[in-house]
Design a protein around this ligand. Structure first.
Ligand code: NDP
Ligand code: 8X3
Length: 263
């Protein structure tokens, strides 16, 4: 076999591909937690960032620390606003991360307003963002879509009902999107984390910080930057490589239900 043929390992290609210089990236839910960490990681690799979420002040806080970032106050539930803000723009990378859980009650005690908020944000919000941004990717035959799913979309747990259903929908969308986009130059991945310490549980328990803290007590839980580094790895692979489904557990978590606590 001649050196320099396609079958030869080319390590310099990998060194080169770690840069996102010249690429534009949209991250939804970039005002906090995992989305903020993803924005920081992609920016550190040279990408120009568009930071989307509802809280302008938090987006501005993140943007101030990045070399080239634009803030885009946006509620992903609002289809018309998402289309108006994103429909005429081009992105190399779209990370659909914005999402939330509300409540942990059995379904028979659940609040339909919570259900609507979760489904509107976690399912329709993702669809709105992808509907607005993927046509330009298809037209250019280039792009990376990364969905932030959850282990909750793979294993339901008590009280997880509608949140788990919303993340199961994200997983189905991932699978379906690959059929829609694989032959159009657009890669699709889903990164599905287990327990990551963010504001997620504060939001789920509507500001009950004590209850939220108990979720992570004694656990060597994941950090937002752990997920961010994986997203960066996904989008910096050579174009022939499409990492698909990445399930990321804390080493202290065996399943949605089994967590080893050290206290
Ligand atoms: P955070 O609460 O820290 O961050 C959630 C982000 O989503 C915020 O930036 C929030 O911004 C944004 N967001 C919420 N609703 C909307 C909306 N309607 N429009 C635009 N942005 C919105 O939680 P995480 O960082 O933990 O969550 C990020 C994603 O990760 C979610 O999809 C979550 O389901 C998923 N996930 C989290 C895990 C965890 O253990 N933490 C594990 C697995 C998955 P703002 O309020 O400013 O709009
Ligand atoms: C967040 C992880 O297990 O709390 O999606 O649902 S979990």
């Amino acid at each position: 076999m001649l050196r320099g043929t396609m079958s030869t390992t080319n390590t310099s290609e990998y060194a080169r591909d770690n840069s996102l210089q010249g690429q534009s990236a949209l991250v939804t839910g970039a005002s906090a937690g995992i989305g903020e960490a993803i924005a920081r990681a992609l920016a550190a690799s040279g990408a120009r960032l568009v930071l989307a979420a509802r809280r302008r002040a938090e987006l501005e806080r993140v943007a101030r620390e990045l070399p080239d970032a634009e803030v885009l106050p946006l509620d992903v539930r609002d289809a018309a606003a998402v289309q108006a803000a994103l429909g005429s723009r081009q992105f190399d990378i779209v990370v659909a991360n914005a999402g939330l859980a509300r409540g942990l009650e059995p379904l028979q005690q659940g609040d339909p307003n919570d259900w609507k908020e979760m489904l509107d944000t976690n399912v329709l919000g993702v669809l709105h963002v992808l509907r607005a941004t993927t046509p330009a990717m298809v037209a250019r035959r280039r792009g990376d879509v990364v969905l932030i799913g959850s282990v909750a979309g793979r294993q339901a747990y008590p009280g997880g009902n509608v949140y788990c259903a919303s993340k199961a929908a994200v997983r189905a969308l991932y699978e379906s999107l690959r059929y829609d986009l694989f032959d159009k130059g657009v890669r699709v991945a889903t990164v599905d984390p287990g327990m990551v310490k963010t504001d997620f549980s504060d939001v789920r328990f509507k500001g009950d910080r004590e209850r939220a803290a108990k979720v992570y007590a004694g656990v060597d839980h994941l950090l937002p930057q752990d997920i961010a580094e994986i997203v960066r790895f996904v989008v910096t692979r050579p174009r022939r490589v499409n990492l698909g489904e990445l399930v990321v557990w804390s080493s202290d978590q065996a399943s949605a239900m089994q967590v080893a606590r050290r206290t």
